[in-house]
Design a protein around this ligand. Structure first.
Ligand code: MG
Length: 276
């Protein structure tokens, strides 16, 4: 699977950058507040997982799909993978009621295979194998900026949570990538029952971390699932745009190109990291 097209960096720009502060730090200078809008006190930082903290390896590129297909007696054209993913993404945009269920994801994978040229009875079984394998951490790699950033935020006193649209076990995820020391709570859509952007999954995460929405900031790569969902329940948000042209803000939300920018953004120190 690959992420759907969320238009993450393509929204209108705005100069309304929020100033975010960790608990226990002094307020930002008055001039900064008046220039950028009201400051918010941040107790906890919540992260999306897929394409925010981790990215898939070769098992889920065109050649990887070709290998999956071959095991099910299917022939596909690996060069058609990216086009197939774009076309199939519509399946993931039909999750309108917000309830987590595997079927839309299986339809998405089946559609990718079909668009790559697969024909025959093996498509359903192949899609199920790919769906199951997507949950396994060894197929994924951590972005280089993740561990240093989570360590810095943890050291600065923030509580850290995970909110993920996934059927991956988030306990296994934390263990596999050695992130357990930093994470206070994690909520997956398959365990919780609702997908982002449904308010329920954000509220569940806030409750598990033990803070109100006003004290939380959501960081993710999806304007639709991460940012809009978080803002709907009253959380602040930061959009991660790892590639492409990134405006300074998107729809009033700060945009970062790397998680390494996050500690300074939260501290509001304009380039100087803060620790305590
Ligand atoms: Mg994501």
């Amino acid at each position: 699977m690959q992420r759907g097209a969320d238009g993450a960096t393509r929204l209108n720009c705005s100069a309304n950058i929020m100033v975010l502060m960790p608990v226990g730090t002094p307020p930002a200078p008055r001039a900064a507040c008046s220039r950028t809008g009201p400051a918010r006190r941040v107790d906890a930082v919540f992260f999306d997982v897929d394409f925010t903290l981790i990215h898939p390896g070769s098992a889920f590129d065109g050649e990887g799909y070709r290998a999956f297909a071959a095991r099910h007696g299917l022939r596909v054209d690996a060069s058609r993978f990216e086009h197939a993913v774009r076309e199939a993404s519509v399946e993931l945009e039909r999750l309108q009621d917000g309830v987590y269920r595997p079927e839309p994801f299986l339809r998405y994978v089946s559609r990718v295979l079909t668009r790559m040229g697969a024909v025959g009875d093996g498509i359903e079984g192949c899609a199920l194998e790919i769906y199951d394998e997507w949950a396994l951490c060894h197929h994924f790699a951590l972005y280089d900026d993740v561990s240093p950033t989570l360590a810095a935020l943890h050291a600065a006193g923030y509580r850290i949570g995970l909110i993920s649209n996934t059927h991956r076990c988030l306990d296994s995820f934390q263990s596999h990538f050695a992130l357990e020391p930093f994470i206070t709570a994690a909520v997956s859509s398959s365990d919780h029952g609702y997908l982002k952007p449904h308010p329920s999954i954000f509220r569940a995460a806030l409750e598990r971390v033990g803070i109100s929405a006003e004290g939380g900031v959501m960081v993710g790569d999806s304007m639709t699932h991460d940012i809009a969902g978080a803002r709907r329940v009253g959380m602040a948000a930061v959009l991660l745009a790892r590639s492409g042209e990134a405006p300074e803000t998107a729809d009033g939300v700060p945009v970062i190109r790397s998680l390494a920018e996050l500690p300074d953004l939260l501290a509001g120190t304009n380039g100087r990291s803060r620790s305590r």
